[in-house]
Design a protein around this ligand. Structure first.
Ligand code: ADP
Ligand code: MG
Length: 693
């Protein structure tokens, strides 16, 4: 392996690029982009074809197209919301551009624009085919792209344009001969392709590249990268495991009186699966080696109780337990559950999130530091430097995929006696086919809750066209009048949280208009955490009948009285995500219903996929079907299997590589640790923590 020189892509800082000053570099650093190589490994999540102009008459619904035409009329439209309409005409037809946000100067500018070129998604609107908020420029003198256009993961304050500019600069350095080091040993050449070729291709695919394969991540160049990423990930977990097995921790005594009092207070018996898993965990924690256990259990299988039992066992041993959730809503909900369960048992529970500020925060921090707080619930705010525990014996991480393995190791420095790593329990509801678990979670032992609490009748799901929308609205009314609560989930494919949130607002307004007699709430990603929590709490307490939401409610929200869920445009989501969403209902005694309200026409593949959801409620089965039915031409969102934060790999799609990945890792760990480390560092954003193990 060539040693990295100071001028190598691996070493040179982004500040050596044109237009990257300290402030911009800071922004990039927050994305984990420090070096020129990091720029290259910030990979596109999808592509657009802006290499040719589509005649207006040939633009199809749902397609993203470049069109070019003359602005023939600009006018204001006064519908539910005021908007600006600009009609664009070419030789073949006319289409409307619609702007919900616009300024006077923009309106003037459009009126005098003449011929413009614009890009956006074709949809059906009041004025026929429309494009909302297209990107547009004057057609004169602007060239079409000569490659497919990469779209990078959207980030606050970093435009696509700017990201593309950075990548272009680094790619031209590569063209001039400055290359990335090949980290795979010469005996392993996935897809017969070197790293430089693969990276060059994914950032600049030629216009005739297989767009379908690219959108699915199945192009050989993407697969080449996915292999290396899986290898980096797998290797890092193996190393973690190795290191952890050398560490020491508190060996706990078996569950005692308080645990027993807790299970007796529950008002239900643990299922067989819960009992089994609880004893696996207790057994792990009785050893002086830190537990690293993954608990998989479908939505609603009752993982929270298991976490509580483990936490109590830690407290019985004079230790603290921290429970970490990926969002404020979930953390808050856990706090409500845990304090309700634990305060009667004499255990103090505290709560810490980014939103807890000032003296309240100081107070919580003090309780944690002094050891008064036995159980601490929070978001990743628990990772912050100022957070100190007295004696942290257990850390439970809910919904694992949002936290990296390295973040978890950071917790080691949190105890007063920092040579001890707390026991760790990681819980996930993401169904992963069993065969994958070993490769994916090579650093952990695995427990599965494969049984739902009794007395649950499965959610009855139906698939309906949105032409039946009014009937569905009436159904919501009836259900709520009979005392149930309902979710109305808006799904959109735009990456833009702004547009998603706007769409949810529009839907909420419409539904409020139709359902005067119901209390309708709204929760979306652009609200402040405090506002979100407030709405969720009101819903939970039955003060709202109907909750309109974006997919932010996906994970873990527990409102047993909610028994009806409408999912709009379910065809836009992956099956795993639909399954997660649907898991929000069917938690109480009431029969629950889920209506998948699709927008016709539905492709054959989409029909089959929605039928899987209608017919099955088994997360593992659904995950497998998701893989099998993902036919050609089916463009799914970027989160389809959503289990781990990979940049390009998708363990379900790429599971055929896992045996080879494991073999390559075996070889590297024995023969070339330096390469193993380099691969890990390339693919995993925060490897610093690992070196401290
Ligand atoms: P998840 O595994 O999705 O996190 P939860 O822990 O939120 O599931 O549990 C879902 C619901 O089921 C909660 O209301 C919980 O109190 C209840 N529950 C858990 N275990 C049982 C059980 N053994 N019997 C009956 N209800 C249970
Ligand atoms: Mg949960």
């Amino acid at each position: 392996m060539p040693g990295p020189g100071i001028n190598s892509l691996d070493q040179a800082s982004v500040t050596t690029l044109k237009g990257v000053g300290p402030a911009f570099a800071d922004k990039l650093a927050r994305l984990g982009i420090h070096t020129l190589a990091d720029v290259l490994f910030h990979l596109p999540m999808r592509y657009e074809d802006r290499s040719r102009v589509t005649p207006i008459a040939r633009a199809r619904l749902g397609q993203q197209v470049v069109i070019e035409g003359e602005v023939v009329e600009v006018k204001l439209a006064f519908g539910r919301r005021r908007s600006l309409l600009a009609y664009l005409k070419d030789d073949t037809g006319m289409i409307a551009l619609r702007f919900f946000h616009f300024s006077r100067p923009q309106q003037k500018n459009l009126e005098n624009a003449g011929t413009i070129r614009c890009f956006g998604e074709v949809r059906r609107g009041a004025a026929g085919f429309e494009i909302y908020h297209p990107e547009y420029t004057s057609a004169a003198g602007n060239h079409l792209d000569n490659t497919l256009t990469p779209v990078y993961p959207a980030t606050e304050g970093l435009t696509q344009q700017r990201m593309r500019g950075l990548v272009e600069q680094v790619l031209s350095m590569m063209d001039a001969g400055k290359l990335l080091p090949e980290l795979l040993p010469s005996t392993i050449v996935p897809m017969n392709m070197g790293i430089n070729e693969a990276i060059g291709f994914v950032h600049r695919p030629p216009p005739d590249a297989d767009m379908i394969a690219l959108m699915e991540g199945r192009h050989p160049a993407q697969q080449r990268l996915a292999f290396e990423e899986l290898l980096g990930h797998h290797t890092s977990m193996r190393l973690v495991r190795e290191e952890v097995s050398r560490l020491r921790t508190y060996a706990l005594t078996p569950p005692g009186k308080t645990c027993k009092a807790f299970t007796e207070s529950l008002g239900f018996d643990l299922t067989g699966a819960q009992t089994r898993v609880a004893s696996e965990i207790a057994n792990d924690m009785s050893k002086p080696v830190p537990m690293l256990r993954l608990l998989q259990g479908d939505v609603g299988s009752g993982k929270t109780v298991i976490a509580a039992l483990a936490a109590i066992q830690a407290v019985e041993n004079g230790l603290q337990a921290a429970i970490m959730a990926p969002t404020e809503i979930l953390a808050e909900q856990h706090f409500i559950n845990f304090s309700g369960w634990l305060s009667p048992l004499g255990i103090t529970t505290t709560y810490l999130s980014g939103k807890v500020k000032g003296s309240k925060r100081a107070e919580q921090l003090a309780l944690m530091k002094s050891g008064t707080a036995g159980v601490i619930i929070g978001t990743h705010a628990l990772f912050q430097k100022e957070v100190k525990f007295k004696k942290l014996g257990l850390i439970v991480i809910d919904e694992q995929h949002r936290f990296g393995v390295h973040q978890r190791l950071a917790l080691r420095e949190k105890g007063e006696t920092s040579d001890l790593l707390p026991h760790q329990l990681v819980m996930t509801a993401t169904p992963i086919p069993r065969t994958l678990t070993m490769s994916l979670y090579a650093d952990m032992d695995c427990s599965i809750i494969d049984e739902l609490p009794p007395g649950r009748s499965p959610v009855v799901s139906s698939v309906l066209a949105d032409t039946k929308r009014d009937e569905v609205v009436e159904r919501v009314r009836d259900a709520c009048h009979s005392g149930a609560q309902a979710y109305w989930v808006c799904t959109l494919i735009e990456e833009s949280e702004v547009l998603q949130s706007q769409a949810a607002e529009t839907t909420a307004d419409q539904l409020r208009g139709k359902l005067h007699d119901l209390a309708v709430g709204l929760v979306h990603g652009r609200m402040t955490p405090a506002d979100k929590t407030d709405v969720m709490t009101r819903f939970k307490h039955g003060k709202l009948d109907l909750l309109v939401a974006t997919t932010v409610i996906e994970v873990g929200v527990d409102v047993p009285n909610a028994s009806l869920m409408i999912i709009e445009n379910p065809e836009r989501l992956g099956l795993a995500q639909l399954h997660q969403l649907r898991g929000r209902i069917g938690r109480g005694s009431r029969q629950s219903y889920c209506v998948l309200l699709y927008h016709p026409p539905l492709s054959e593949t989409s029909k089959r996929r929605l039928n899987v959801i209608r017919e099955s409620s088994d997360g593992f089965y659904i995950a497998e079907q998701d893989l099998q039915i993902r036919g050609p031409g089916e463009v799914l969102g970027t989160r389809q299997s959503g289990s781990l934060a990979f940049r390009i790999a998708d363990i379900i799609r790429d599971n055929h590589m896992l045996t080879d990945v494991r073999r390559a890792a075996d070889w590297l760990l024995v023969n070339d640790r330096r390469r193993a480390n380099a691969i890990m560092r390339r693919w995993i954003t925060t490897p610093e923590k690992l070196s401290q193990v």
